[in-house]
Design a protein around this ligand. Structure first.
Ligand code: PGA
Length: 246
């Protein structure tokens, strides 16, 4: 099974969403690919109603608090009332543009678990950190701090997304992706005591490069931004992967 998750970010109006649903429904889906889409909160209910049989629907962010004086925030508990199955947590845009810290990200992960929402923890190095040879150090810190104190019985996903590859058309080599995902899994096993966690690659994945970038057996799938905005392209990423023989 391969996992293809999309992240719409702050995109799509209501009429775009209606068109997307129609287009998605037209696609024939490969049987061995699991699809998921992280949509803006406002579309959670509609997307769940229309597409949840074919595609898991979740959100892109969640509050670190449970309730109270946090104007503009949406709690994991509120989301669970609307059958939100997963939430991205710690996406690099949240870390960079909204200054989220590893401690806040950890609170968000814990709130997800408390409310039956599966977190997809996003980790990855900046270009500068890569150039300075700090990739592994950054990954280890983000993983151990982000997942600190989690209940061992709970499932989650990790998305390895180098910041410099997001929305830039740049990608690591397949070998670099393999090496870093293997490292993520090693840290999860040794430091978090979790074996068999699904780890995705994210950053400029499209239908053309998916097969090459995600070919290694340790790469369990992809987190896709730009190319997930087009239903056909998004489904095609999974189709191209499904053809990979292991
Ligand atoms: P991208 O975004 O596919 O547009 O590079 C990936 C992401 O932000 O998760």
């Amino acid at each position: 099974m391969k996992y293809i998750f999309g992240n719409w970010k702050e995109n799509n109006t209501l009429s775009d969403v209606n068109a997307y649903i129609k287009e998605f429904k037209k696609q024939s889906l490969p049987t061995d690919v699991h699809y998921g889409l992280a949509v803006p909160y406002l579309y959670l209910q509609k997307m769940n109603k229309k597409l949840s049989k074919k595609c898991e629907i979740g959100v892109q962010n969640v509050s670190f608090s449970e309730k109270g004086e946090y104007t503009g925030e949406i709690s994991a508990k509120m989301l669970s009332d609307f059958f939100c199955s997963f939430s991205l947590v710690g996406h690099s845009e949240r870390r960079q543009k909204f200054k989220e810290t590893n401690e806040e990200i950890n609170q968000k992960v814990l709130k997800c678990f408390e409310n039956g929402i599966m977190p997809i923890l996003c980790v990855g190095e900046t270009k500068q950190e890569k150039d300075e040879g700090k990739t592994k150090k950054v990954l280890k810190t983000q993983l151990t701090k982000g997942l600190s104190g989690i209940p061992l019985s709970k499932q989650f996903i990790v998305a390895y997304e180098p910041v410099w590859a997001i929305g830039t058309g740049l990608t690591p080599t397949p070998k670099e992706i393999e090496e870093n995902i293997k490292y993520v899994k090693k840290v999860l096993e040794e430091n978090i005591k979790k074996i068999g966690i699904t780890v995705l690659y994210g950053g400029s994945v499209n239908p053309q490069n998916a097969k090459e970038l995600l070919n290694a057996s340790c790469v369990d799938g992809a987190l896709v931004g730009g190319a997930s905005l087009n239903a056909k392209k998004f489904v095609d990423i999974g189709k191209n992967l499904a053809n990979v023989r292991r």
